[in-house]
Design a protein around this ligand. Structure first.
Ligand code: VGL
Ligand code: ZN
Length: 199
């Protein structure tokens, strides 16, 4: 068994004071840093959007943040502008230990498609390359932590399980946006996909 810790989107914009702040998003940072010492590999992900990204409400006239629209690849929640490439909001939380990271993967850079998952864009087809990286390193077991439980952690965990990785999500080291029941739906979806949820 070769084990990687996948740290999803622990970025300033998802922490208190950020553009898409997740309640207590910063509280998980010390526990994540501790977990890094137990992994064979550490991968960090970064939500990394160009200005005017199609997932931003500001890009769609007449739509408010958190509205749901139909995109060619399916339904898409419209978000406040967040994690713009190179901005302070897109930077990792200052206390996250980035020294231990073997790999940093960025996603959501395609202007026309959002990418919640660290493995595939929201069309569920376009790969980010993370699967190949993990496979070529012989990694078969993943622990996932980070932000947000019900979006990027959820999509990443379900994709990883579908790809055949043994996946555990440490729920104590994740925090959720919880939009219209999205947290309960995410928990059900992850369980159905065979993801282990702890505690
Ligand atoms: C995320 C909404 C938009 C996440 C990213 O990291 O969960 N959520 N972009
Ligand atoms: Zn995003």
């Amino acid at each position: 068994m070769t084990h990687a810790l996948i740290v999803i989107d622990v970025q300033n914009d998802f922490c208190p004071g950020g553009a898409l702040a997740v309640t207590d998003g910063d509280q998980i940072v010390p526990g994540i840093n501790d977990l890094m010492t137990q992994a064979d590999a550490v991968v960090l992900t970064q939500d990394w959007h160009p200005a005017g990204h199609s997932s931003f409400a500001s890009t769609h006239q007449g739509h408010d943040p958190y509205a749901l629209i139909q995109m060619p690849y399916g339904p898409q929640v419209l978000w406040p502008d967040h994690c713009i490439q190179g901005s302070t909001g897109a930077a990792f939380h200052a206390d996250l230990n980035t020294d231990r990271a073997d790999m940093i993967i960025r996603k959501g850079y395609n202007p026309a498609i959002d990418s919640y998952s660290a493995f595939f864009e929201n069309d569920h087809k376009t790969p980010t390359g993370l699967q190949g990286y993990l496979r070529t390193r012989g990694i078969d077991t993943l622990t996932m932590v980070g932000l947000a439980t019900d979006f990027c952690v959820n999509f990443s965990a379900v994709d990883a399980a579908k790809l055949g990785f043994d996946v555990t999500v440490r729920m104590d080291l994740c925090r959720a946006i919880d939009l219209d029941g999205s947290l309960i739906a995410a928990v059900e979806g992850m369980k159905a996909a065979g993801v282990t949820l702890t505690p």
